[in-house]
Design a protein around this ligand. Structure first.
Ligand code: FES
Ligand code: FES
Length: 153
């Protein structure tokens, strides 16, 4: 089956069985390997991408479900400059092994778009689905809380 969608601003079409996981299509068909597989069961958030702006675990999504949608992966997060959440993760030491980092950045970017100045509690809630084995979360939360998002104000 051919599935057409927009990925990181570019129209794409892939020919796969309709139940193929979006994560596999991204990594194996489109060679976008920034999205990681941790658990493969919807538990860890390492595979988080955004579908029409909403953070979603791509290991749980059949590719047929994204027909006609806008999919954004970590490769599409930065514009001409790194995204503020990526800059903040660098500055605050929010990444260690890095397996969780792309998924965390996608969830954090979605939060910051809706709420450029979240409280620590709001950051915790937004990132609750993204597990990290290395950082103890403190530096990640600091990073996202201090990301300087240009709101145009
Ligand atoms: S790999 Fe998708 S949630 Fe863990
Ligand atoms: S930095 Fe290693 S799992 Fe988060």
């Amino acid at each position: 089956m051919i599935t057409r969608f927009v990925c990181n601003g570019q129209p794409v079409e892939v020919e796969t069985p309709p139940m193929t996981r979006l994560l596999d299509v991204l990594r194996e068909e489109l060679r976008l390997t920034g999205s990681k597989e941790g658990c493969g069961e919807g538990e860890c958030g390492a595979c988080t991408v955004r579908i029409d702006g909403v953070p979603v675990m791509s290991c749980l999504v059949p590719v047929a479900q994204v027909a006609g949608c806008n999919v954004q992966t970590i490769e599409g997060l930065a514009g001409a400059l790194v995204h503020p959440v990526q800059a903040a993760m660098l500055e605050h030491g929010g990444a260690q092994c890095g397996i969780c980092t792309p998924g965390l950045c996608m969830s954090a970017a979605a939060l910051l778009e809706e709420n450029p100045h979240p409280s620590v509690e709001q950051v915790r809630v937004a990132l609750a689905g993204n597990l990290c084995r290395c950082t103890g979360y403190q530096k990640v939360i600091e990073a996202v809380s201090h990301a300087l998002v240009d709101t145009g104000e």
